[in-house]
Design a protein around this ligand. Structure first.
Ligand SMILES: [Zn+2]
Length: 237
């Protein structure tokens, strides 16, 4: 048998096994990547919400202090009202009281708004935290699954790739290119003939071509599909 044909048959078997390994690994790496980016985005949203919450809480604390001061001021002014002697003093104090009360009303409105915002943010943070932990769990489980599958197949893949590299050295670049071109287009590049037909496209071959293939010392392509034709032991009758 032409050695080149034998090498190509071996190469195709190695490529088939490598393809199966690739298929087995499936889309897990992409799934892990997607989950990682989703988890990162949930995490960054969570960070933003936590910062906003902190700001609101700080403001609320300050506001409550100011409101207490204002209330104390109103009470103090009201007590002073009993002590004033002139109408002018009385009017001045009353004006003061009105101004502080207006401040108080404004502050209380802001307090209500802040409390409602804080409540909303706390709910959003709780949801995001739950979402984030679900994502991370899924990510961990997919990663473990991928690692398990990879461990089993990595060694085999490495071994096959070493064999392939060795084999490819025996095949000239011209034949290798031809083989790879057909493989990419047709899935199988080297096919046996069975009962005088190409098993790639089922085209019946003429007796002269069959005879030449049976000699197995030339590189013969199917005139219909372009695949490289060989005879495997027991395949031809
Ligand atoms: Zn064919």
């Amino acid at each position: 048998m032409n050695n080149m044909l034998k090498f190509l048959i071996d190469l195709q078997e190695i490529d088939r096994q490598l393809f199966e390994i690739d298929k087995k690994k499936g889309s897990l790496p992409e799934q892990v990547e997607k989950l990682e980016s989703q988890a990162a985005s949930v995490k960054s949203e969570l960070e933003k919400s936590r910062l906003a919450l902190e700001e609101y809480q700080k403001e609320l604390l300050g506001l409550k202090g100011s409101l207490m001061d204002a209330e104390a001021k109103v009470k103090k002014y009201q007590d002073q009202l009993y002590l004033v002697n002139t109408n002018r003093e009385y009017d001045a104090l009353t004006n003061e009281i009105e101004a502080v009360k207006a401040e108080l009303a404004e502050g209380e409105e802001r307090q209500l708004l802040l409390e409602s915002e804080i409540e909303k943010l706390e709910a959003a943070i709780a949801t995001a935290e739950a979402q984030s932990s679900t994502f991370l769990e899924q990510l961990d489980s997919n990663r473990d699954e991928l690692r398990e599958k990879s461990d089993l197949t990595d060694a085999r893949q490495e071994d096959l790739e070493k064999q392939r590299a060795k084999l490819v050295k025996h095949i000239g670049p011209r034949y290798l290119r031809k083989y790879e071109r057909i493989l990419n287009a047709r899935k199988r590049a080297v096919v046996p003939i069975v009962r005088g037909s190409c098993t790639g496209c089922h085209k019946q071959l003429n007796p002269q071509t069959i005879y030449e293939i049976q000699q197995m010392d030339a590189f013969i392509e199917c005139e219909n599909c372009g695949r490289i034709l060989v005879v495997l032991p027991g395949d031809d009758d």
